[in-house]
Write a protein that binds this ligand. Structure first.
Ligand code: SF4
Ligand code: SF4
Ligand code: SF4
Length: 419
């Protein structure tokens, strides 16, 4: 019996994030269903030559034949590690450490933070950094941006802008929100700018400095085109790389990330899950506005539904916030934007721990797996709780950026100067 072909998602040849291997495709239509149901795109506005796509990679997660893939960059990166003239650094986003293990045979949620630097050095990377450092800078700048908008009657609500699928969604469907978007660069954008600045100051030749980022995200492959990051590979690509290099993990000793730039705080680690950016930014805003430490867990929000609302009193301001976990729920908040001062949007449900560049999991198992990864992300204790306490960040501002939101900080760490 001939099986009827179903409509599938259209992918542009030059899409920098995802691709389809046509020989594997059985025209089952699952990808289009996923895009409709999970992402909620209105494809009636789609032109045949210009398919609507946020590059979120959720269709890749659902394809039963493995026909959809991220656009591979890891082989180019591997070649660079073999070029002795290049200074190649790799920076790991928070969610990678609690999801990569599944691809390597460890239990779900296994935290590989202590062994990943040794694995990556064994492959040939010169430096292994933690994106939590860049995330701490994002927090400081975003908190200052929020305070400035509150005090100077700037455009509110301010939206987080570190999720490129959300930024693309807003650009495609809601251009009227342009001034509501935070201008602060995402953690990987800031991380690469700081890495390149650091090595240039150490007299490295600019063309020889390569900044690679690993993210649980396919959409970041497009985002990096406007940043100092040279390559972004997904968590899955990192697993392929480790397997192809036949790294003998059990023989390696534990080690730490390189700390030329410094370490990241616990709140930066929370960027990996929905609610984490909001929690980190409000904690730092509280300190800047009151001069006091925020009461423990004051801004911790359990995310149990796609839209979570909360209200806080900080100094003389009542700050109303919302967290959107899943891009299709954005439309539900739009009619009541006036109620809010600050809104976090993560395209993938649960945030980056459910990103389209992570290990492939079935939709039935996805929720339980994301919860396990979140618990591990939340549970790690460090001696630096908040971004504003991070001594390396304080030193960076003192010795180089002058102060948060300074002219230099705006030039290097923001997408545009005026808000
Ligand atoms: S889900 Fe995969 S196999 Fe099915 S139509 Fe889409 S690309 Fe083809
Ligand atoms: S990457 Fe995301 S937005 Fe693009 S087709 Fe796939 S599910 Fe839809
Ligand atoms: S939620 Fe995270 S993984 Fe998903 S698209 Fe946004 S940045 Fe990428």
């Amino acid at each position: 019996m001939e099986v009827k072909k179903k409509e599938k998602i259209k992918i542009k040849e030059n899409n920098p994030c995802i691709q389809r291997i046509d020989e594997r495709c059985i025209d089952c239509g699952v990808c289009l269903n996923t895009c409709n149901e999970l992402v909620g795109l209105d494809r009636t506005k789609e032109e045949p030559e210009n398919p609507l796509c946020l590059n979120c990679g959720q269709c890749v997660m659902s394809c039963p034949m493995g026909a959809l893939k991220e656009k591979y960059d890891y082989k180019k990166v591997l070649n660079l590690t073999k070029d002795s003239s290049k200074l190649v650094s790799i920076s790991l986003a928070p969610a990678v450490r609690v999801s990569l293990g599944e691809e390597l045979g460890y239990e779900i949620g296994k935290d590989l933070e202590n062994i990943l630097p040794s694995i990556l050095k064994a492959i040939g990377f010169d430096y292994v950094f933690d994106v939590t450092f860049g995330a701490d800078v994002t927090v400081i700048e975003e908190a200052c941006e929020l305070i400035e908008r509150l005090k100077k009657c700037g455009k509110l609500p301010m939206f987080t802008s570190c999720c490129p699928a959300w930024v693309k969604y807003a650009r495609l469907f809601h251009r009227e929100l342009e001034l509501n978007m935070s201008t602060t660069k995402s953690p990987i954008g800031i991380q690469s700018t700081l890495i390149k600045t650091y090595f240039k100051e150490m007299n490295a030749i600019e063309e020889d400095i390569v900044s690679v980022v690993v993210a649980p995200c396919t959409a970041k492959k497009e985002e990096i085109k406007s940043t100092d990051t040279d390559y972004c590979i997904t968590t899955r690509e990192l697993a392929y790389m480790i397997k192809e290099c036949k790294v003998d993990i059990p023989s390696l000793k534990h080690s730490n990330f390189d700390d030329l730039l410094g370490r990241g705080s616990k709140s930066a680690r929370m960027f990996g899950r929905s609610g984490g950016v909001m929690e980190a930014a409000l904690s730092t805003a509280y300190f800047f506005m009151t001069g006091k430490e925020p009461p423990k867990n004051m801004f911790h929000i359990e995310i149990n539904s796609p839209i979570t609302e909360a209200s806080y009193k900080i100094a003389d301001h009542i700050i109303n916030v919302a967290i959107i976990s899943g891009i299709k729920y954005v439309k539900d908040i739009l009619p009541k934007l006036d109620k809010f001062d600050f809104i976090e949007v993560m395209s993938c449900e649960g945030g980056c721990i459910g990103g389209g560049g992570g290990p492939l999991v079935s939709r039935q198992d996805a929720q339980e797996i994301k919860e396990k990864r979140t618990i591990v992300l939340n549970s790690k204790e460090t001696d630096i709780n908040y971004s504003y306490q991070n001594p390396a960040i304080l030193e960076l501002y003192k010795s180089y950026l002058c102060r948060p939101s300074s002219e230099k900080a705006r030039e290097l760490l923001h997408t545009k100067k005026n808000r």
